[in-house]
Design a protein around this ligand. Structure first.
Ligand code: PEP
Length: 252
């Protein structure tokens, strides 16, 4: 049985002070939730403050990106070790906003996935098709290529710890959500690809989140699908009440 995982991607929002205020409110609202893994991914500048604030709770910390090198002349970048020392367990990799605005490619995602796993971080590997790719009937093919290339050369022992997030680009921040059937179709395809890359047991164990305009009103129907194991939430994770509503939607 896969334990659902709901992660909040705060993107470039919240100062450290604002982040702490949100976490204090959220902790209160979800203090009784045990059967869903909750992950908060604030900006780098708020990681330390959030890390302190969630100490002693079941909430986990994640970052929104990292670089694959260990250290050196890479201005603006942070390493896996830096994130680990702040208490991060997870790192989002290959988010479509990084692919669109910052030149992230399947190849750079693959390097980051390998480094994250070798360092002891759990990557949340984001994949998803653009609107024109869905319209031309290529959604599954695009996602298959992204998954295959992200996991290229990743050994079985690493892959089984990873999380995949299916985020159709046309659904991110647009208010357009994939229907539960549309999402389930791609999720089951991703699981099939993972079974081919590794084996059925590994594929059955890997958690696959859905992301794209999740709200408390649509979360339960999405999470009820057989191959949807929680969500990666952007906008609705910035308010404690709506994020808590989504987390409750993932309760078994
Ligand atoms: C995201 O950025 O990962 C995301 C899913 O955003 P939103 O929930 O705002 O669509």
């Amino acid at each position: 049985m896969r334990r659902p995982i709901v992660a909040g991607n705060w993107k470039m929002n919240k100062t450290a002070q604002e982040a702490v205020a949100l976490v204090v409110e959220l902790k209160e609202l979800v203090s009784d939730v045990k059967d869903v893994e909750i992950v908060l991914c604030p900006p780098f500048t708020a990681l330390e403050a959030v890390s302190r604030c969630i100490e002693g709770s079941d909430i986990c910390l994640g970052a929104q990106d990292m670089f694959w090198e260990k250290s050196g002349p890479y201005t603006g970048e942070v390493s896996a070790e830096m994130l680990l020392t702040l208490g991060c367990k997870y790192v989002i990799l290959g988010h479509s906003e990084r692919r669109t605005h910052f030149g992230e490619t399947n190849q750079t995602v693959n390097r980051k996935v390998k480094t994250a796993l070798e360092s002891g971080l759990v990557p949340i590997v984001c994949v998803g098709e653009r609107l024109e790719e869905r319209r031309s009937g290529d959604a599954k093919k695009v996602v298959e290529d992204q998954v295959t290339r992200a996991f290229d050369g990743v050994p079985l022992g690493g892959a089984e710890r990873a999380v995949v997030a299916y985020e159709p680009v046309w659904a991110i921040g647009t208010g357009l959500t994939a229907t539960p059937d549309q999402a389930q179709e791609v999720h089951s395809h991703i699981r099939q690809i993972l079974a081919e890359l590794y084996n059925a047991e590994v594929a059955e164990g890997i958690r696959i989140q859905y992301g794209g305009s999740i709200k408390p009103e649509n979360a339960r129907d999405l999470f009820a699908q057989q191959d949807i194991d929680g969500g990666l939430v952007g906008g609705a994770s910035l308010k404690a009440e709506s994020f808590a509503g989504i987390i409750r939607g993932a309760q078994l």
